[in-house]
Design a binder for this molecule. Structure first.
Ligand code: ZN
Length: 192
């Protein structure tokens, strides 16, 4: 079997994400992460968070009702997509030979959505947007699809749509409110 290429389970990919795991362990939730977790405590089941971040800072801040549409740094899954569930994996691998195998025999790959792959949990995300009365979008460029379409889906069901970020996104026209500022500075006071 050829294992030296740039496939999702390759050594170069694992080296890259191992580095990110090592760095991620040192990071701490910022005031925006904490503000979202506090908002969830107040809203309960009515709150839903979809993040493009692959780190676990939202979880560490206390968020529970969330999905990671681009995957999670702290998980691995079957490199052959055999259907086995992703597993928790925070190991910083030094070589490909240390990386474990799925019960089907395939080498594990990072549970990360790579360029050209379909984002995760799209059905759940669509369902939640269908129910939305307020959508808050924080700090994205508005240029990466399908996420850049979420605001349009929310508008179709009549939701208010609020953007928070240091500069207006490319799809700024789709928002009912654009709040310019750093998320860590703006978010803590937004829902008081
Ligand atoms: Zn498998």
């Amino acid at each position: 079997m050829y294992t030296g290429g740039l496939g999702a389970e390759s050594g170069a990919v694992w080296e890259f994400y191992s580095q990110r795991r090592a760095q991620g362990a040192l990071a701490q939730p910022n005031p925006a992460h904490i503000a979202l977790a506090e908002l969830e405590k107040r809203m309960g089941e009515r709150f839903f968070l979809c993040t493009q971040n692959v780190d676990d800072l939202h979880e560490r801040a206390g968020s529970v009702r969330l999905v990671h549409m681009h995957g999670e740094l702290a998980k691995a899954r079957c490199g052959d997509e055999c259907g086995a569930e992703p597993v928790t994996d925070r190991t910083v691998y030094k070589s490909l030979s240390e990386v474990g195998r799925c019960s089907c025999g395939a080498r594990m790959r990072p549970h990360i959505v790579f360029f050209g792959e379909i984002p995760l949990e799209m059905g759940r995300i669509q369902q939640e947007i269908q129910k939305a009365t307020l959508m808050l979008v924080v700090g994205t460029s508005g240029s990466v699809y399908p996420a850049a379409n979420f605001v349009h889906w929310a508008r179709q069901v009549g939701a208010r749509t609020v953007y928070v970020g240091p500069e207006p996104p490319l799809n700024a026209g789709a928002f009912t409110h654009v709040v310019e500022g750093k998320a860590g500075e703006v978010m803590p006071g937004l829902f008081i």
